[in-house]
Design a protein around this ligand. Structure first.
Ligand code: NAD
Ligand code: WQD
Length: 339
């Protein structure tokens, strides 16, 4: 029987792309999502891409009894845990909600893994655990800095819970993937990021501005100590990121793990400035992005990009798609959203 992988938050941006990649590798996918930040129609899009419909439950991972019933009903062999709130600014305003959702969902899953003898879990961590590292590119050996936001803290706590749980329970294995900046969309144009309200992240703001939905892009800071004065990030194509989940779950299911808790940077290893991102977008789409340089955004780090050699070697995973492809696919998705 095919392995059944539970994807919490599986109708979301990264979850939906991962569902597609898992299904194309022969995995069966069970999605549990409360649809608080995604739409039911994503299931149809996944079906159009893969030819198969993933099993779906609308439920909040914090509701233990509901999730327990899902474990009872299915033979789940692995978990990929995406479900979380992810807006940094909102987490500063509503910390209790962030700790409640992001931490309690993890705790429920760990209880259920023990109860149903489900061994592997992949966790969506983030480069935010590093803060502003003093040495670049940042490796996994870099210690966490005090989190800048409750959101960032939930990722540090999530990783700590997994480290402690795998140390205490030999039947549980975990891999945290520390995503850098996931962008772009599936080549079909059928799935992508669904920003609700005014986007806080750069790429949806660019595509919405280019589409005429926003007047101009504000570039937060033009006086950083970087070659063109704008801040630098490691943007990673969401399809490359999705594939990293497939190799991570595969590694645990096939007992190839060296340690029962592992963590990997998932980026491209290349830093791009805000201006370079805009240039790539304009080159690929032939659409101008009106912008204005304004003050720095409080809390923003100047520069970060990943050392990905650990994931390259240990997971045998490598990003393949470049910034141009990220911009092309993000634009394709934006155009389809308007239809
Ligand atoms: P997303 O909001 O598109 O997806 C998250 C999904 O989880 C949504 O479909 C939402 O409806 C669902 N969800 C939220 N709370 C839930 C709950 N209590 N029960 C059930 N479902 C719930 O976000 P994404 O960009 O796909 O992010 C996925 C994961 O990756 C998150 O854990 C996020 O923190 C992490 N991450 C994201 C980024 C990024 O920039 N997108 C970067 C690093 C890490
Ligand atoms: C990228 C760059 C901005 C919007 C956030 C979270 C982080 C992670 C990824 C989950 C920065 C600049 C942006 C705009 C701009 N998420 N920018 N004008 O800040 O790297 O990270 O998302 O874990 O935790 O903090 O991503 O897309 O917001 O910004 O100039 O309107 O674009 O200043 O330099 P960021 P971002």
């Amino acid at each position: 029987m095919a392995n059944q992988i539970l994807l919490t938050g599986g109708t979301g941006f990264i979850g939906s792309h991962t569902a597609v990649e898992l299904m194309s590798q022969g995995y069966e996918v069970i999605i549990v999502d409360d649809l608080s930040n995604s739409e039911l129609k994503t299931l149809k899009s996944i079906e159009r891409i893969t030819g198969k419909k993933p099993k779906f439950y609308q439920a909040d991972i914090r509701q233990y009894e509901l999730i327990n019933a899902i474990f009872k009903e299915n033979k789940i062999t692995g978990i990929i845990h995406f479900a979380a709130k992810k807006a940094v600014g909102e987490s500063v305003e509503q910390p209790v909600m962030y700790y409640d959702i992001n931490i309690n969902s993890m705790i429920n899953l760990l209880k259920l893994m023990a109860a149903y003898q489900v061994q592997p879990i992949v966790f969506s961590s983030s480069c935010t655990v590093y803060g502003q590292p003093s040495i670049l590119p940042v490796t996994e050996a870099t210690p966490f800095l005090p989190a800048e936001s409750p959101y960032g803290n939930t990722k540090q706590i999530g990783e700590t819970i997994l480290r402690d749980s795998t140390a205490a329970n030999k039947n549980i294995n975990a891999i945290s993937l520390r995503y850098f900046n996931p962008v772009g969309a599936h080549e079909s144009g059928l799935i992508g990021e669904l920003p609700i309200g005014v986007p806080a992240n750069l790429i949806p703001f660019i595509t919405q501005t280019a589409a005429g939905l926003r007047q101009e892009l504000k570039i937060f800071g033009g006086d950083y100590n970087t070659p063109d004065g704008t801040a630098i990030r490691d943007y990673i194509h969401v399809v490359d990121l999705a594939k990293a989940h497939v190799v991570a779950i595969d590694r645990m299911l096939n007992a190839k793990q060296a340690k029962r808790y592992e963590f990997f940077n998932i980026g491209t290893g290349k830093g791009s400035s805000v201006l370079e991102v805009i240039q790539s977008f304009e080159k690929m789409t032939k659409v101008k992005v009106p912008y204005r340089i304004v003050d720095r955004r409080p809390g923003d780090i100047v520069e970060i990009y990943a050392d990905t050699s650990l994931a390259n070697q240990v997971l045998d995973w490598k990003s393949l798609l470049n910034l141009d492809e990220m911009m092309r696919s993000a634009w394709q998705w934006q155009l389809n959203l308007g239809k």
